[in-house]
Design a protein around this ligand. Structure first.
Ligand code: VG1
Ligand code: CO
Length: 544
């Protein structure tokens, strides 16, 4: 079988963002676009030659075609073995699990996560390194630099491989193994959580739950784990068949896009527990009856209760939260006497801390929670963690939540997203804020006094690498915060994210609606950034 050397010209827009290279499907369909990026991975990651690579995606439109392209290029670049999920499926945390279990040199995940799919939707490609986690910036920058000068890629002239049948075959000298994408991951979950306790909870006759897979990748995982292994009633998993366009939905598990599920938790007959995950299975939303657990609180609660779960019985070593995530986890870390690190947005910044054993749990306000069991955030893991807590504590989600606030105080939290903004105006808005920073400390804004104001920068405590301009932080003497940053996962225009947080020690005020509690801060944030005059928007598009 002859290796073909195909001449190509560079595309200049292949810099990975917060989580991989994410573009509209039609951009990826341009001849050479995917090929260049994939060849750039092999050109810059020599350990893949003669190594093992894991490949799979969230099943969205273009997943299968992309996998065939990747298999040929990988074989032409002398990869020794490729583990690929049946049907081309793998959730992001499952890729991380499989890389680690089989000691692969890396993995390629095909997904645009929570972005909509289909011919007019988005597609994405992400390279994960040997620890199972997203490539750090040094690697993504090297790949990007390579894409700017690339002039050829290597491939084979072979028909598509059958991805639907389990088993092994050869492509040139490369061993191709089509494996069950679910079982290794499900086995790992069994080693962490008390499956017997959860099984009993499901069969106690007084517990009703639903999991919404949003027609994305977690359907097969949730069916196997919740229904087959844990004995939840059939039908517990909703929208469990992965569809190429996610049933025309938006696979983002939040109060807006998972609205139907939220409705099922309302009122006296509402579900006891409900959860949802995103396109590639790394996000989670946790709901109880008439109750929503904000992801920042979820991280803090998992940390405070980790000792109740078999996998973390010995206690946790530390916590990390992305900068915009609320400071609730910090309060728990202080109580436990462990470190709480503050990192830039994106899971790649947790990898070094996890590898070095500095942290056990980490999370982001954007519905991402995880631990040192893999190197990605993990949607179903978070759901199982909550189920394990509910089984052990024999309390409702709402009770666990108010209990936590009584112990630690409540960090009211909300994120306001302004989507589809003109890129230039959004950048000017951030520039405007940057210029205000030096004069803000000591200043009075509404009833709040600014105690610090900066553009967040991070020095990795393990390898000393420096990451700058990660978001505008304004901290107040009361403990309240406003954070502004532009999204790095969008594929058109700009999205401005405004993160708002205030601290409330008084239990009598803990049941307030966060939008009400944070109203004064919202007004300060809008005025300071001149959101209306600069973007023409009076209200955000999405509030979470
Ligand atoms: C968003 C979230 C961030 C998350 C990233 C990837 O990034 O804010 O916390 O890590 O998505 O999540 P941004 O740059 O748009 O704010 V996923 O589920 O797409 O892998
Ligand atoms: Co995701």
């Amino acid at each position: 079988m002859e290796t073909l050397r195909i001449a190509t010209i560079p595309f200049h827009d292949q810099r990975p963002g917060t989580s991989g290279l994410r573009k509209q499907v039609r951009i990826f369909q341009q001849p050479g676009y995917l090929e260049n990026f994939v060849q750039a991975i092999f050109d810059t990651q020599p350990e893949l030659k003669g190594g093992t690579l894991v490949v799979g995606g969230d099943g969205r439109y273009f997943n299968r075609e992309a996998i065939q392209v990747i298999l040929r290029i990988a074989a032409a670049n002398w990869v020794r073995q490729i583990l690929i999920g049946q049907y081309g499926f793998f959730s992001t945390p499952a890729v991380s699990c499989v890389i680690r279990k089989y000691q692969a040199q890396g993995g390629i995940v095909l997904s645009a996560s929570h972005n909509p799919g289909g011919p007019d939707g988005d597609f994405g490609i992400k390279f994960n390194v040997a620890n199972g986690g997203p490539a750090p910036e040094s690697v993504t920058e090297a790949i990007f630099a390579r894409t700017r000068v690339i002039d050829h890629y290597l491939t084979l002239d072979t028909p598509p491989l059958d991805l639907d049948r389990l088993g092994g075959t050869k492509l040139k000298d490369t061993a191709i193994e089509v494996i069950d994408p679910v079982c290794d991951y499900a086995d790992l979950m069994e080693t962490i959580f008390d499956f017997d306790a959860i099984h009993q909870l499901f069969n106690s006759g007084h517990f009703r739950m639903r999991f919404d897979a949003m027609h994305a990748i977690t359907g097969p995982y949730a069916r196997e784990i919740l229904e087959n292994r844990l004995g939840a009633e059939p039908g517990t998993v909703l929208n469990g068949n992965p569809l190429e366009d996610f049933g025309s939905g938006h696979p983002d598990p939040n109060l807006v896009h998972a609205h139907a599920l939220v409705e099922m938790t309302r009122g006296l007959k509402g579900l006891d527990f409900a959860a949802a995950s995103d396109g590639d299975g790394d996000r989670n939303m946790i709901l109880g009856r008439d109750c929503f657990v904000t992801p920042s609180d979820s991280l803090a609660i998992l940390a405070a209760n980790a000792h109740l779960v078999p996998g973390y019985r010995q206690g946790i070593r530390g916590i990390a939260r992305s900068m915009p995530t609320s400071q609730a986890a910090k309060r728990v870390a202080d109580f436990l006497g462990v470190e709480c690190y503050e990192t830039p947005t994106g899971w790649k910044f947790f990898g070094n801390l996890l590898d070095a054993g500095r942290i056990t749990l980490c999370g982001e306000e954007s519905f991402g929670t995880g631990s040192d069991h893999v190197r990605e955030k993990d949607g179903l893991w978070a759901v199982l963690f909550w189920l394990n807590l509910l089984a052990v504590r024999q309390q409702s989600v709402a009770e666990i939540l108010s209990d936590h606030w009584r112990r630690f105080g409540r960090n009211f939290y909300t994120r306001h997203d302004y989507e589809g903004l003109d890129l230039k105006s959004a950048e000017l808005l951030i520039d405007h804020l940057r210029r205000l920073l030096p004069d803000l400390p000591g200043h009075q804004l509404g009833a709040e006094t600014v105690s610090y104001a900066d553009d967040f920068a991070y020095t990795d405590p393990i390898d000393g690498s420096r990451t700058e301009r990660q978001g505008i932080r304004i901290g107040f003497a009361s403990g309240a915060r406003i954070v502004y940053r532009l999204s790095g996962t969008g594929t058109s225009g700009a999205t401005l994210r405004v993160y708002l947080e205030s601290f409330e020690p008084d239990p009598d005020r803990h049941q307030l609606d966060p939008q009400e509690a944070l109203r004064p801060l919202v007004l300060i944030a809008r005025e300071l950034a001149q959101i209306e005059t600069r973007t023409g928007r009076t209200e955000p598009d999405v509030i979470t």
